[in-house]
Design a protein around this ligand. Structure first.
Ligand code: SF4
Length: 450
C-alpha cells in the first residue's frame, strides 16, 4: 500500500509530481518524498506526514529539474521514520541511484545478507533500499543498468513496481508476476508513470498502457526502449487493488475499478439478497459495490454513514484515548435515514472484525431496526506478504471464526460474503490474479509465518 509516480522530460517536474502524489495519497499517509534530477544530481526531499505537509509550503522550489520520482508510503516493512521514507538511494562509482517502489521483498533477509557480504551497510530497514542496493551492487560488476536490473529481478523475490533515476535517465520496471499496478502515459512530449491511472490524469498526462510484468522501460537521451527481462507463466495481480485499495477512477490491470466494484455488488446481491428497506455503503471504498448491490436488488441507495476525510493515521495513533475513539471520529450515521428501518450494509472486507462491530453498534444506536451486513469479497483468512499491511493470521477473524460466529461477533441480523467463484466471475481474466489472502495459494513463497 504505497504509491509511486515518475515524470521524464517535463517542465517543472516537481510541481507535476506533487499533483501525482496528491492523487496517490490514499495509498499511503505516513511518509511522502520526491527526488528530482537537476542536471548534475538527484535532490531528495522526504519526510513524515501527508503530501501537503511536506511539499505544500515552498519545498518544491528546492527541486528544480525536468525528471523526477515521487512516493507516498504506508509502512509494510520498517517503521515510519524518515530513514525508511522513499525515495531510497544507493551510491555507485558513477553516481547515485534513487528509487521509489511499491511492494514487499519476500527474501529480504537472504538478499540483505548477500549485500552485506559485498560491503552494503543499510541506513534503514525498508525493502526498496534493498532493491536499490542490489541494482547498485550488480551495476558495479557489469557496468550496465538494464543488465543490473535483470540480475536484481533474478535475485530479489516478491512484489515491486519501481522507478529508478540515475544520472538523468529513468528506468521503470515491475516484478515478473505484476502483483502491484504501474501505469504509463505521456505528457507534452514527455513521459509519466504512476501506480494508478488517476494520478496520470491529475498530473495532466494521458494514460497509455500498464507497464507489463517483468518489463523494463528505459528512458535516456536516446529515447524510450522497452524490453521484457523475465516472463512468468501467468500474472498474479493483487485482487484487493480492485476490491479495496485503488481509487474507483483508476484503470487497474486493464479494467475500470469502478466497474469491477459495481459488478462485485451485483454478484453479492444475487448470492445474498437481504430483506432490507435500503442499501447503505461503508464509505468510501464500498460505495460502488453498494451501488451495484442496490441496482441488482432494486433497493434505494442511501448515504446513511458519513466519513470524515480529515482524520489522518498520525492523529488516530497519537493517544490511546483517540485510538479508542477512532471509528467514531471517522464515521457518523445519519439518523434520518436509519430510524426504525432495516439496512443492507455493504462493506468491502472484514479484517479483525473490531471496526465492523463498532460501526454496526453505531448504526443501531442511531435507530437502525435491523442490519444485514454484506461483504463484497470472501473472508480474509491468510496474511499478505506482497505489500499489504495485514495483521498476523491469528488476528484475522476469518481465519478462526465461521461466518455464523462472525455474524454473532459483529452483532448483525445476517451476514453474507461474496464467494471466491462469484468474485472471479466479476473479473475479465480471473486466472491472472493473486487470491492468497483468501485461499492461501501463495504465488511466491512467504518469508515466514506471521
Ligand atoms: S495476498 Fe491478498 S492482498 Fe496480498 S497481493 Fe495477494 S490478493 Fe493482494
Amino acid at each position: 500500500m504505497c504509491g509511486v509516480c515518475g515524470i521524464y522530460n517535463s517542465d517543472k517536474a516537481a510541481e507535476k509530481l506533487y499533483l501525482g502524489l496528491f492523487a496517490l495519497q490514499h495509498r499511503g499517509q505516513d511518509n511522502a518524498g520526491m527526488a528530482v534530477w537537476d542536471g548534475k544530481q538527484s535532490r531528495i526531499v522526504k519526510d513524515r506526514g501527508l503530501v501537503f505537509d511536506i511539499f505544500g509550503r515552498g519545498t518544491l522550489a528546492e527541486l528544480p529539474g525536468t525528471a523526477g520520482i515521487g512516493h507516498t508510503r504506508y509502512p509494510t516493512a520498517g517503521d515510519s521514520s524518515v530513514a525508511n521514507a522513499q525515495p531510497h538511494y544507493a551510491d555507485t562509482k558513477d553516481g547515485r541511484m534513487v528509487i521509489v517502489s511499491n511492494g514487499d521483498v519476500t527474501n529480504m533477509l537472504e538478499q540483505t545478507r548477500f549485500l552485506k557480504s559485498r560491503g552494503f551497510t543499510p541506513y534503514g530497514s525498508n525493502d526498496a533500499e534493498v532493491i536499490a542496493a542490489s541494482i547498485a551492487c550488480y551495476y558495479e560488476e557489469c557496468g550496465d543498468v538494464a543488465a543490473a536490473i535483470g540480475r536484481m529481478m533474478d535475485a530479489v523475490k516478491g512484489s515491486y513496481s519501481a522507478i529508478l533515476l540515475f544520472n538523468g535517465a529513468m528506468y521503470v520496471f515491475r516484478d515478473p508476476l505484476g502483483i502491484r499496478p504501474l501505469a504509463m502515459g505521456y505528457i507534452n512530449g514527455g513521459w509519466v508513470f504512476a501506480s494508478e491511472s488517476c494520478a496520470i490524469d491529475t498530473m495532466g498526462g494521458t494514460f497509455e498502457r500498464e507497464v507489463a510484468p517483468g518489463e523494463l522501460i528505459a528512458i535516456t537521451d536516446r529515447g524510450l526502449a522497452s524490453s521484457r527481462l523475465t516472463v512468468a507463466g501467468r500474472c498474479r495481480h493483487c485482487v484487493f487493488e480492485h476490491i479495496y485499495f485503488s481509487r474507483p477512477d483508476s484503470v487497474i490491470f486493464g479494467e475500470s475499478v469502478s466497474k469491477v466494484r459495481f459488478k462485485l455488488g451485483q454478484a453479492l446481491a444475487r448470492e445474498h439478497p437481504a430483506a432490507a428497506d435500503f442499501v447503505l455503503p461503508v464509505p468510501d471504498s464500498s460505495n460502488n459495490a453498494a451501488l451495484g448491490y442496490a441496482h441488482e436488488a432494486g433497493l434505494p441507495f442511501k448515504l446513511a454513514l458519513i466519513r470524515s476525510h480529515y482524520i489522518g493515521r498520525t492523529f488516530i495513533g497519537s493517544t490511546q484515548a483517540i485510538r479508542d475513539f477512532a471509528v467514531k471520529l471517522k464515521f457518523n450515521p445519519v439518523r434520518a435515514h436509519l430510524d426504525g428501518r432495516s439496512a443492507a450494509v455493504v462493506d468491502d472486507s472484514i479484517v479483525r472484525g473490531t471496526t465492523s462491530k463498532k460501526i454496526m453498534k453505531m448504526l443501531r444506536d442511531f435507530g437502525a431496526a435491523s442490519l444485514h451486513l454484506r461483504i463484497s469479497s470472501p473472508p480474509i483468512r491468510y496474511p499478505c506478504y506482497y505489500g499489504v499491511d495485514t495483521p498476523r493470521q491469528q488476528e484475522l477473524i476469518g481465519s478462526y471464526k465461521s461466518v455464523a460466529q462472525i455474524r454473532e461477533f459483529v452483532n448483525v441480523d445476517s451476514l453474507g460474503y461474496l464467494s471466491l467463484e462469484g468474485l472471479k466471475k466479476c473479473l475479465e481474466r480471473p486466472d491472472d490474479y493473486c487470491y492468497a489472502c483468501l485461499d492461501g495459494d501463495y504465488p511466491i513463497e512467504p518469508p515466514a509465518l506471521k
